[in-house]
Design a protein around this ligand. Structure first.
Ligand code: 3PG
Length: 212
C-alpha cells in the first residue's frame, strides 16, 4: 500500500466525523459497550491505543461492532504494525514517524496516519507521499495558531490534530482549511468507563459529532 493510498484511506476515514476518539482501554469488558456507545453517538472511526495489555484483544472485539471502523494507535514499531493488522485494525496512528515504521505500514498494507509536529516533519512525510497527517501534540506545540502557520506554505497537507483537544478548543482547529477532523480522548473519560456510563459517553460523542 503506497503512502498516497494510505493517505487517501486515512482521509476518507477522517471525513466521516469531526472527531476520532482516542481510547485507552484498561478493562476488556469495556471494549464492546464503549464502541457501541461511540458509534451510537455518531463517531464511527475509533483509535484504540496500544498502551494497555488488553488493547489488541479490544481491537478484535470492537472490530465486530456494526458501524465502527477500528484502528490502532501508538504504533511505534514494525511488530506493532503486524500485531495491529492481525487484530483486525483497519488503520494505524503513530505519535511520530520513523523510516522503519513507515516501511512496515507500506509492506504490510496498513493505512497509517503518521504524526508530525514541525514544518520539517510534515515535509519529510510529504516527500514520502503522506498528504494526510496527525499534528501531535497539538496543544503543546502551539495549538491551532501553529497549525494554521504550518498550513500556510503547505496547503496540500491535511491534518488530524491530536493532543490536548476537547470540546472547548476543537472548533479552533476545525475552522482551519487543512483540518479534516481532530482526535481526542475527552469523549471516553476513564471515570465514565469505570462507572459503565455508556449513555453518558454516547452523549459526549453526539456533542462531538455535532461540532461540524
Ligand atoms: C494521545 O495519543 O494520547 C492523544 O494525543 C490523545 O490526547 P488527549 O488525551 O490530550 O486527547
Amino acid at each position: 500500500m503506497t503512502p498516497a493510498e494510505q493517505s487517501r484511506h486515512a482521509l476518507d476515514l477522517c471525513r466521516r466525523a469531526p472527531v476520532v476518539p482516542v481510547l485507552v482501554i484498561e478493562d476488556l469488558a469495556h471494549a464492546r459497550p464503549l464502541a457501541e456507545a461511540l458509534v451510537a453517538g455518531g463517531l464511527p472511526a475509533l483509535e484504540v491505543t496500544l498502551r494497555t495489555p488488553v488493547a489488541l484483544e479490544a481491537i478484535r472485539i470492537m472490530a465486530e461492532v456494526e458501524g465502527g471502523i477500528v484502528g490502532a494507535g501508538t504504533l511505534l514499531t514494525p511488530a506493532d504494525v503486524a500485531a495491529a493488522k492481525a487484530a483486525g485494525a483497519r488503520f494505524g496512528v503513530s505519535p511520530g514517524a520513523t523510516d522503519r515504521l513507515l516501511d512496515a505500514c507500506a509492506d504490510q498494507g496498513l493505512a497509517l496516519l503518521p504524526g508530525a509536529a514541525t514544518a520539517t516533519e510534515v515535509m519529510v512525510l510529504l516527500e514520502r507521499g503522506y498528504t494526510m497527517q496527525k499534528f501531535f501534540p497539538a496543544e503543546s506545540v502551539g495549538g491551532a495558531p501553529a497549525l494554521k502557520a504550518i498550513g500556510g506554505p503547505l496547503p496540500q497537507v491535511s491534518f488530524c490534530p491530536t493532543g490536548g483537544i476537547s470540546l472547548k478548543n476543537a472548533r479552533d482547529y476545525l475552522a482551519l482549511p487543512t483540518v479534516v477532523c481532530v482526535g481526542g480522548s475527552w469523549v471516553a473519560p476513564r471515570a465514565m468507563m469505570e462507572a459503565g456510563d455508556w449513555a453518558g459517553i454516547t452523549t459526549l460523542a453526539a456533542e462531538a459529532a455535532a461540532l461540524r
